[in-house]
Design a protein around this ligand. Structure first.
Ligand code: VAH
Length: 316
């Protein structure tokens, strides 16, 4: 039985559905801090759970005979910069606790997302390699880098089968933009569909590694289903989908909405984005467990513009 922690987040809301489709609703328990999320989970069991309430998490794992945990709860990059110590405590304490639970209850597998945020300003920016200098300058990035070290430690020392991906910016239409630096690329579609001008908080030429959510979901399931001997990297795998700038995504939308307008007002998130790579080398994921992205920018934009209105009614 799979426990999803942080199921109502941007990744969680789509990954939980994919896990339910694959394993059946009776094998998935979606949990989140936000009680309002219950209405989103009509396809599997949902219950309120605060990952920092360790006794409740432990008794749920024990009583429900949980065998896998997808730990998706975290404070993202932009929000983390507003509350550094809280972000560090939540991101780190929760991971360490989940790794300890895995060891104590001998859980089958753990999934924990890392991010391109582990890379910093002095990391090579083009085709960033799996192994390179990583001096992240956001609390979120520091917590993801430290988290990767702990994942590898628990695998090597205790045999905990914890697996991880360094996601690029994830773009989906089933959840509103969160506290991410890449979330401009989610919000822009809402503005285009509502006939509003879009003010972008990054410069028009800010190139970032990105990925359409269906690709991220496929990569996660492929990674978790791969035979254990194929998973040779126990920190976190580089993963790439596409790279684009605000100008690129704006132009891909213009083809469908010729009157759509954009202006650029970079804020504190520009400095975060400037510390991240432009593109990622993910050859180890391709070689070790057959990763291959399916979506480019044109296909993503077409798919989102078609489907977003089904999830968020357009203000007429
Ligand atoms: C963020 N969406 O912006 C996340 C992600 C690579 C970006 O980690 O914080």
């Amino acid at each position: 039985k799979i426990l999803v922690i942080g199921a109502a987040g941007q990744l969680g809301s789509e990954l939980t559905k994919a896990l339910t489709d694959r394993f059946g609703s009776e094998h998935v328990i979606a949990t989140d801090l936000n009680a309002d999320a219950k209405e989103k989970f009509d396809f599997c069991r949902f219950q309120v759970l605060d990952i920092m309430d360790q006794e409740s998490v432990r008794s749920l794992v024990k009583n429900e005979k949980i065998t896998q945990i997808y730990h998706l709860a975290a404070v993202l990059s932009a929000t983390g910069e507003k509350r550094p110590l809280f972000a560090w405590e939540l991101n780190m304490e929760s991971l360490l606790f989940v790794l300890e639970l895995a060891r104590e209850f001998n859980l089958d597998k753990i999934y924990w997302p890392s991010s391109i945020a582990v890379f910093g300003p002095n990391t090579p920016k083009i085709n960033t390699p799996q192994y390179c200098v990583k001096e992240p300058n956001t609390v979120y990035g520091i917590s993801k880098q430290a988290g990767e070290r702990w994942c590898e430690y628990y695998f090597q020392k205790y045999g905990v089968d914890v697996r991880s991906l360094r996601y690029p910016g994830l773009i989906g239409y089933k959840a509103l933009p969160g506290g991410g630096t890449t979330d401009y690329a989610v919000d822009i579609y809402h503005k285009a569909l509502n006939g509003e001008k879009f003010t972008c908080f990054l410069r028009e030429d800010s190139m970032l590694p990105m990925m359409y959510m269906p690709d991220a979901i496929k990569a996660t399931i492929d990674l978790m289903e791969a035979p254990i001997e194929n998973i040779e990297i126990r920190s976190s795998y580089n993963l790439a989908g596409m790279s684009f700038s605000p100008k690129d995504i704006y132009e891909s939308i213009l083809e469908h909405h010729p009157d759509f307008k954009i202006n650029y007002e970079p804020d504190f998130r520009q400095q975060i984005a400037d510390g991240w790579p432009d593109s990622i080398d993910d050859h180890f994921a391709r070689d070790h467990w057959g990763w291959k992205p399916a979506y480019g920018l044109k296909e993503m934009t077409k798919d989102i513009l078609e489907n977003l209105p089904k999830f968020f009614p357009i203000k007429l």
